[in-house]
Each structure stands twice: as C-alpha cells, then as structure tokens.
Design a protein around this ligand. Structure first.
Ligand code: HEM
Ligand SMILES: *[C@@H]1O[C@H](CO)[C@@H](O)[C@H](O)[C@H]1NC(C)=O
Ligand SMILES: *[C@@H]1O[C@H](CO)[C@@H](O)[C@H](O)[C@H]1NC(C)=O
Length: 320
C-alpha cells in the first residue's frame, strides 16, 4: 500500500511539476520565450537613471541586498505600508535610507506593456542590481531568474536580519552565515560599498570615537557630520572616499588605509580573519570581480519563491 501510494504521489508530482518542485532551480533563460525584451528593457531604464544620477546605481544594488536578506529574494522590500499592512520600508535599516523605488516602478510599467503579468518584481531587483554594477563600470554576469513575489513582508525580520553598521566582525560573519553565505563571501559582497553614500547618523560614532581611523580622513568627514547627535543626521558622505561612482576595488584599498567610512567596513581589516582577503582584493581587482559576481549569484539564490508559490505582482508596491 505504502509503496503504491508513494508511486502515485510521484506520478502526480510529475504531472504537477510546478506544485511539487518547492525548491525548483532558477535559470538564466527563464523568460527567454515569455519576455524576450526583458534584458534590453531593464538595461535602458537603469542606464538612463544612472545618467541622471550616478548614485542611483548604488541605491538599486542595495535594494537587492536588503530584499534578499529578509526572508529571501522575494520582492518583499518593495511593498508599501498601508493602514492594514506593515511592510519593510520603515524598518530601521531601510527608513530614510533605501531609495530607487521609482526606478523599479518605471521598469515594472515598461515590462507590463511588453509582457503583461510575466516578470516578477523579485527578478526585476536581481537584473537591476546587475545592470547597476555594470552601469558604474563593474563586472557583468548572467542573472538567474524565475523568482516569484511574496504576498507578505516582515518589518521585524528586516530589523533583525539586515546587518548594522555598528556590527563587529563576528556579528557580520554570523549575519551572513545565517543566509548561507561564508565569511569570504561577506568580504566580497561588502565591496558593494565601492559605490554610494551613507548618512552621518550611520558613521558619526566612528569618526568621533574610534582609534583605527586615518585622522585626516576623520577630520574631513567631521566637517560635514556634526558630533551632536541628531544634528546633520542626513548629511551624506561617500562610502568610497576615492571613486564613489565607479565600481572598482578601491573600497579595499581604503580600509587598508583606515579610511573605511562605517565601523563595519573597517572591521574587515582590523587584524581579524578577513585581513588577508582584503589584501588580496586590494591588489587583485580581477579576483575581486569574479568573487563578487559569484557571491551575488549565491545571494540571489536565497530562499526564492518558485513554482506556484507567491505571485507575479502587477504593481511592485502592492500584492495583487
Ligand atoms: C556587510 C554588511 C553591511 C552593512 C553593515 C551595511 C550597511 C550599510 C549602511 C549603514 C549604509 C548607509 C545607509 C545610510 O546611511 O543611509 C549602506 C549603504 C550601501 N550599501 Fe551596505 N551594508 C552591508 C553590506 C552591503 C552589501 C552586501 C551590499 C551590496 C552588495 C551593500 C550595498 C550598499 C550600497 C550600494 C550602499 C549605498 C546606497 C546608496 O547610496 O543609496 N551593502 N550600507
Ligand atoms: C521613519 O523616519 C521618519 C523620518 O525620518 C520618522 O518620522 C518615522 O518615525 C520613522 N518611522 C519609523 C517606523 O521608525
Ligand atoms: C551619540 O549618542 C550615543 C548614545 O546615545 C553615544 O554612544 C555616542 O557616542 C554619541 N555620539 C557622539 C559622536 O558623541
């Protein structure tokens, strides 16, 4: 009996592949028939957004990271709060900080014209992250696709699972470990801080209170980030003091020179287990590029919704 009912289950599963394959694989050609203009559509919107404001490339890369670390790459970050729904946008690491949602809307509406109801918002984030890195001079890769969109979001998971700039090296390592990412992958992905900006509130304590900081660099940053808590909190400074709109390996050179902007950045080169890899990336940009790409692909594999789980949202800001 048991064996005949289990072979029945197998037959049913073969017929209903989409329902049974809860851990279906993502694939790079997922939309090649259903939305052949996907790549060119996303690329042109991202390129024009970056032409308007180079920082937008950084902001879009960060959206993918903040989506994937909170219950997987499922577009949950994109859902707006309503009177009856609490999303992730107001979570501490996101509120007043994540940006770029209008660009995602623009891509989604172009895709809804080209191939209605086909491309998930979660996949849009994945392609947008790649095109942003490429648009700022970084490496390219084939993006795995086939993620579906969450019908839920979690503000508390966003608060708990997105690493904080105050974290120590061991906290950073465990935060990535929780997502199935190694300490080395954490170091490679942190190279995302070769582009973009941070608010004074995120680095104030470091520039006034820490010892492992280049003193001229600290002075420069202090000039636009007052020591008084709550004053100038939103004043911006580049995460990469040298080339904040070029995706390169200067981030690692900076932290070797004690010019990491965030406490967490400098933790990667503070005499701990990650020092050697920082040295490697600082002197070997090709090795950084290939490790960054591999780690981005792995981050994109975090708990995707596939098959018949989730939905393909019509509007990235709300569930269908
Ligand atoms: C390792 C742990 C990480 C921590 C603690 C961290 C923390 C932060 C903080 C505090 C900011 C500035 C936010 C603000 O002040 O508004 C920031 C910005 C940014 N982060 Fe991270 N981050 C981490 C990893 C990553 C990863 C893995 C990526 C992407 C691969 C990334 C990409 C970015 C980008 C591009 C920005 C600038 C965004 C913009 O200019 O709009 N970060 N991060
Ligand atoms: C989000 O930020 C705004 C302004 O920066 C603040 O007024 C609001 O209280 C914050 N919301 C939460 C949930 O922290
Ligand atoms: C801001 O306040 C926090 C605690 O409220 C304190 O730890 C920190 O040192 C203060 N920042 C500066 C730059 O004094």
């Amino acid at each position: 009996m048991a064996s005949s009912s289990s072979s029945l289950t197998i037959v049913a599963c073969l017929l209903l592949v989409t329902i049974c394959s809860t851990n279906a694989q993502l694939s790079t050609n997922f939309y090649s028939k259903s939305c052949p203009n996907l790549d060119s559509t996303v690329k042109s919107v991202v390129q024009s957004a970056i032409r308007k404001e180079a920082r937008m490339g950084a902001s879009l890369l960060r959206l993918f990271f903040h989506d994937c670390f909170v219950n997987g790459c499922d577009g949950s970050l994109l859902l707006d709060d309503t009177s009856t729904f609490t999303g992730e946008k107001m979570a501490i690491p996101n509120n007043g900080s994540v940006r770029g949602f209008e660009v995602i809307d623009q891509i989604k509406s172009a895709l809804e014209k080209a191939c209605p109801g086909i491309v998930s918002c979660a996949d849009i984030l994945a392609i947008t992250a790649r095109d942003s890195v490429v648009g700022l001079g970084g490496p390219t890769w084939n993006v795995k696709l086939g993620r579906r969109d969450a019908r839920t979001a979690s503000q508390s998971a966003a608060n708990n699972d997105i690493p904080q700039p105050t974290f120590s090296l061991s906290q950073l390592i465990s935060s990535f470990q929780k997502q199935g990412l190694s300490s080395s992958e954490m170091v490679a992905l942190s190279g995302g801080h070769t582009i973009g900006q941070a608010r004074c509130t995120s680095f104030r304590t470091r520039i006034y209170n820490e010892k492992n900081i280049n003193s001229a660099f600290a002075k420069t940053r202090q000039a636009n980030c007052p020591s008084t808590n709550n004053t100038g909190d939103n004043n911006l400074a580049p995460l990469d003091v040298q080339t904040p709109t070029s995706f390169d390996n200067n981030y690692y050179k900076n932290i070797i020179n004690q010019k990491g902007l965030l406490h967490s950045d400098q933790q990667l080169f503070s005499g701990g287990s990650t020092n050697a890899l920082v040295q490697t990336y600082s002197s070997n940009p090709r090795r950084f590029s290939s490790d960054f790409v591999a780690a981005m692909i792995k981050m994109g594999d975090i708990k995707p919704l596939t098959g018949s789980n989730g939905e393909i949202r019509k509007n990235c800001r709300k569930t269908n």
